[in-house]
Design a protein around this ligand. Structure first.
Ligand code: ATP
Ligand code: MG
Length: 575
């Protein structure tokens, strides 16, 4: 499969997760309600990869008329915080999903998890082990060779129970004792070799504070959370596939203890399935690496518009619709691949083209003087707000004798097929009139500083009275009315498609030093008062969003959301 072309061409209607759920619904295994969950660990801001998982988890629940819980998977307190938890809620709502009453936190189940652990010990399914971390690793063996049993494996349940209670009471140092499941040290699956269920860790938890000094491991906690919440379908990324037997083992034990939820007479046995994570070109997706970028101030924060985080994309000007469309197009599969970021940009352009209001701004100006236009005459010309949307109406834009146009729209000696401003060639000044360059004024170094020409008085609105065809249309801003606009031009954060792909190099070596360039553009007056977060198409230039952090009425700051040039339509779609 070509990364990014998703399953669109094949069978988006029924990917394997949908089939799986549909079968369970048909077989009556859900007790009448499909329940899924999105289980972020509140140890960072969520990114576009999480958005994929969110679209799958909430999307499947929606598709089958069920519900999706939001659960903070907060079993590792060292890096978790309320700031992160709150940001996750905000971002999921912004993406357009709602967990209703279904907000949960792993920490709320710590007491129940502890009780289950005690019952496992009593039932001979778990024991307290005193091997050091190094010994534990050595005893565990390698995937190709069996592990060895811990000398503590066959101690009595009573002894383990006593030690486990004392672990909880804080009698032992961090990292000394741990609770392990008693499963199978010879299993080919390394996660089945008496995995650790609890470890000692004196780290205050952002919700339970100092109450606990032992914390459950993810592999133990996750199936318990799913089971208590009555989750029917637990979807996660491929790296958890090898953990699935352990997940099932914990669910089996809960079943034996009579702890599974019964819904409409059906015992709910949560099941896990895995899909490929999203990898996106020219960025990194690991929360740890993103945190590093933030902490080392390589970016301005989690919401830096270059970040692949949901808050960064939002600040950049991405819309929830574009992100959901992207997640739909990449589809769901079992194969790891890298998706071209150009597809994400394509989805954004597709959405913004329909919705964004048009404005004119000149990023790199050269002055134009219309010699046959009276010096003090100003005319307000009506320009379409959005040619794609008849309801968007028009606005008035001041037009005068002196204008700014883009420097690249002028060539004294034109190349082939250059239909823009060059001596003797007529062009359309968008919405205003037709203009023909006559000559150019240069500075001492020979650089063009002023383009002179004349306009056709019979070309109101930019159309010739005799209907003659004009090939080039350019945008412009009246020099006397132009407002300065701080514009932040973003490029990819990394210089290579896979910054993590070279084992011999640190990903920071691939950081793009030129990923942010600030310029002052000249814009039509309407842009000065743009509301923060508002997104416009600067005609012929790209999409720009008034920055939610730094923009002020009268002192606007715009982020370039995406250029108009569409590399995906040209390259990607052909593949
Ligand atoms: P960590 O390294 O902290 O575990 P994580 O990215 O796995 O980071 P979680 O908060 O555990 O973060 O992820 C929540 C859910 O999002 C998980 O179910 C995980 O499978 C899913 N997820 C994470 N990254 C991606 C990705 N790149 N593509 C799709 N799903 C992802
Ligand atoms: Mg994780």
């Amino acid at each position: 499969m070509i990364a990014g072309d998703g399953d669109k061409g094949s069978d988006t209607g029924r990917h394997f997760l949908k089939q799986w759920i549909a079968e369970d619904v048909a077989a009556g295994r859900t007790g009448g309600t499909v329940v899924t969950r999105f289980p972020p660990e509140p140890n960072g801001y969520i990114h576009i990869g999480h958005a994929k998982a969110i679209c799958i988890d909430f999307g499947m629940a929606r598709e089958f008329g069920g519900r999706c819980n939001l659960r903070m998977d907060d079993t590792n307190p060292s890096k978790e915080s309320d700031e992160y938890a709150e940001s996750i809620k905000k971002d999921i709502r912004w993406l357009g999903f709602d967990w209703g009453e279904g907000f949960y936190s792993a920490a709320n189940l710590f007491e129940q998890m502890y009780e289950i652990a005690e019952r496992l010990i009593e039932g001979g399914h778990a024991y307290v082990c005193e091997l050091t971390q190094e010994q534990w690793k050595e005893y565990r063996g390698a995937p190709t060779s069996p592990g060895r049993e811990s000398p503590f494996r066959n101690r009595s349940a009573a002894e383990s129970l006593d030690l486990f209670r004392r672990m909880r009471a804080g009698e032992f140092a961090d990292g000394t004792l741990c609770l392990r499941a008693k499963i199978d040290m010879a299993s080919p699956n390394i996660h089945f070799r008496d995995p650790v269920l609890y470890r000692i860790m004196r780290v205050p938890h952002y919700h339970t504070g100092d109450k606990w000094c032992i914390y459950p491991m993810y592999d133990f906690a996750h199936p318990i959370e799913d089971a208590f919440e009555g989750v029917t379908h637990s979807m996660c990324t491929l790296e958890f596939e090898v953990h699935r037997p352990l997940y099932d083992w914990v669910v089996d034990r809960m079943d034996e203890m009579g702890l599974l939820v019964v819904r409409n007479g059906v015992k709910i046995r949560p099941q896990q399935r895995e899909f490929a994570r999203l990898n996106l070109s020219y960025t990194v997706m690991s929360k740890r690496k993103l945190l590093q970028l933030v902490e080392e101030r390589r970016v301005s924060g989690w919401d830096d518009p270059r970040m692949p985080t949901v808050c960064g994309l939002r600040r950049r000007g991405y819309t929830p619709e574009a992100i959901r469309d992207f997640c739909e197009r990449i589809g769901v599969s079992k194969y790891e691949s890298q998706t071209d970021v150009a597809l994400l940009e394509y989805c954004l352009r597709d959405d913004l083209n329909r919705r964004a209001l048009r404005r004119m701004a000149v990023l790199d100006p050269i002055k134009v003087v219309i010699d046959n236009w009276p010096a003090d005459k100003v005319e307000n010309v009506a320009a379409l707000n959005n040619p794609e949307d008849p309801d968007a109406g028009t606005r008035l834009v001041p037009f005068g004798r002196e204008l700014f146009i883009e420097r690249e729209d002028f060539m004294e000696v034109p190349s082939k097929k250059f239909f823009r401003v060059t001596p003797g060639q007529e062009v359309r000044l968008r919405a205003a009139c037709l203009f023909t360059c006559t000559h150019v004024v240069k500075d001492a170094e020979g650089r063009a500083v002023e383009v002179h020409g004349t306009y056709d008085p019979d070309s109101k609105g930019g159309n010739a009275a005799d209907g003659r065809k004009i090939k080039g249309t350019i945008h412009w801003v009246s020099a006397a009315h132009a407002v300065p606009l701080e514009v932040r031009l973003y490029d990819r954060l990394f210089t290579v498609p896979d910054p993590m792909g070279d084992d011999t190099k640190d990903f920071l070596e691939f950081l793009n030093e030129d990923s942010l360039r600030k310029i002052t553009a000249h814009a039509e007056p309407a842009l000065a008062e743009a509301a923060t977060g508002q997104i416009f198409q600067f005609e012929r230039v790209g999409y720009f969003c008034a920055d939610t952090v730094d923009s002020r009425p009268g002192a606007p700051v715009f982020n370039r959301t995406v250029t108009l040039k569409d590399s995906w339509a040209k390259v990607g779609n052909k593949q």
